[in-house]
Ligand binder design. Structure first.
Ligand code: HEM
Length: 442
């Protein structure tokens, strides 16, 4: 008898689940991908390889589809014509979309987040004015040069660490306005790296993750940006907020910088004649070891390389919460759904980016980067009121002057050394490059 009750209960649960989340929860709702297990839905398949999952679902379910995973409904929009609604519609909300993750990864309460996020966003924008970004570039430049000098003639260490350390040091110093001694910076970097590595899991399993939050946040207590924020945020959450801002500043910047440098090294390795020519023309003064913003103004090809690196290494997904029924195509997306847009896949749409997997800097020739007119379909920095505050027009200064010493130094050597000697000089980064190149765009 007990068995029959149990079977009936499970059966009823499955039926209710399918009625609630099944094929369509509303006649006009988009097609829905669930699983047989109530609440859990397609969480396993989706969680295993989200980008692959989206790619497979798109041709099967059409341009708008919902994935049910661990009690959440994630509705993906894949048509460029729907991106405007994603970024600007009043029926969707950024803060409500990220609040849970903010709570899980930084332990900031819902109430505090809603109350303070607009003020904090304004303050961080104020820290990314042209004056500050120039300082950021100069600092980044110094950091890179110091590290390159320490590499010695054979090279040592990991490229990833070099980038991580230099970016973190510069952003802490300039954006958070918090000079840290080298030893404390190293300590902070170690803690922050653990925090960063656990971030994705932490947003799902907060309890196991929160120990990293307090360990890392504590160091930020004295940062000046945080003192500015203090008017908006109660002391309790202040360092946590600083940590989150730091994470937001670095989460995309690190992989993009890494990709950019790897690509430059790759081009050098392949001795791409066009690029080398541009660089040699630019570096007239053979004694010069750094490249200035002025030098870079004359190197559009490099700017295109940066754009390609950003295009290929764009975030997997950005999100908004649907707060009012939202009409897209012939569908109505119900309130409560998380609306998802994947810049990663948007940048692989052959309609806008022919041969999308290829690294082709030349495709940016059509854009007007001076006027910040980008290619249609490029959404790496999000959009609307919550677009990345460190976005392109500001980033270029940082990227150009800050990351360039690496390439600049190598090119100066190029002028002096034989190609073989140059390759030996770059032994470690090239080993790294080899790995990255083969797992292309993973
Ligand atoms: C190539 C590098 C970068 C990429 C691709 C990138 C991309 C993004 C994206 C997609 C968002 C979410 C926007 C949305 O949902 O519409 C974001 C948010 C943010 N980014 Fe960036 N970003 C980069 C570099 C930076 C840098 C260098 C900084 C700071 C120095 C920064 C600071 C932030 C902050 C603070 C937020 C959160 C904004 C908020 O809470 O309203 N980002 N970024």
């Amino acid at each position: 008898m007990e068995w029959i009750t149990l079977i009936l209960t499970v059966f009823t649960m499955i039926i209710s689940f399918h009625l609630l989340f099944g094929k369509r929860s509303h006649p006009n709702a988009p097609p829905c991908i669930g699983g047989w297990i109530p609440w859990f839905g397609a969480a396993f398949e989706f969680g295993k390889a989200p980008l692959h999952f989206i790619q497979k679902a798109r041709p099967k379910y059409g341009p708008v589809f919902t994935v049910v995973a661990a009690g959440k409904r994630l509705t993906f929009v894949t048509l460029n014509e729907d991106f405007r609604a994603f970024f600007t519609s009043k029926d969707v909300d950024f803060e409500q979309a990220v609040q849970e993750a903010v709570h899980n990864t930084a332990s900031i309460s819902k109430y505090c987040f809603y109350k303070t996020h607009p003020t904090c966003a304004t303050i961080i924008k104020g820290r990314l004015t042209p004056g500050h970004t120039s300082m950021l570039s100069a600092h980044l430049c110094e950091e890179f040069n110091d590290h390159l000098e320490n590499l010695g003639s054979e090279g040592s260490g990991q490229l990833n660490e070099l980038i991580r350390y230099s970016l973190l040091a510069s952003i802490i110093y300039i954006v958070l306005n918090f000079p840290l001694e080298n030893s404390r910076l190293q300590e902070f970097l170690e803690k922050f790296t653990k925090y960063d590595e656990g971030f994705e899991y932490g947003s799902q399993l907060p309890d196991m993750f929160l120990m990293y939050v307090s360990a890392t946040a504590a160091i930020l207590l004295e940062a000046t940006l945080l003192q500015h924020l203090a008017t908006a945020i109660s002391d309790k959450y202040l360092p946590n907020y600083g940590l989150l801002l730091l994470w937001a500043s670095l989460a995309n910047a690190i992989p993009v910088s890494e990709r950019f440098i790897l690509v430059l090294l790759h081009l050098l390795k392949a001795m791409d004649s066009h690029l080398v020519l541009v660089c040699l023309l630019c570096i007239q003064d053979k004694e010069k070891t750094t490249v200035t913003l002025d030098d870079l103004q004359h190197m559009p090809y490099v700017k295109w390389c940066i754009m390609e690196a950003i295009r290929l290494r764009a975030p997997g997904a950005i999100t908004r919460k649907v707060v009012q029924p939202l009409k897209l195509q012939n569908y109505v997306i119900p309130p409560g759904d998380m609306l998802m847009l994947s810049p990663y896949w948007a940048h692989r749409n052959p309609k806008y980016f022919p041969d999308p997997e290829d690294f082709k800097p030349e495709r940016w020739e059509k854009a007007d980067l001076e006027k910040n007119v980008l290619l249609e379909g490029f959404v790496a920095f999000g959009g609307g009121g919550n677009q990345c505050p460190g976005r392109l027009e500001k980033l270029f200064k940082v990227w150009w002057v800050g990351l360039w010493p690496v390439a600049g130094t190598l090119w100066v050597e190029l002028a002096h050394l034989s190609p073989l000697a140059l390759l030996l000089r770059m032994s470690v980064p090239l080993g790294y490059l080899h790995r990255d190149w083969h797992k292309k765009s993973s």
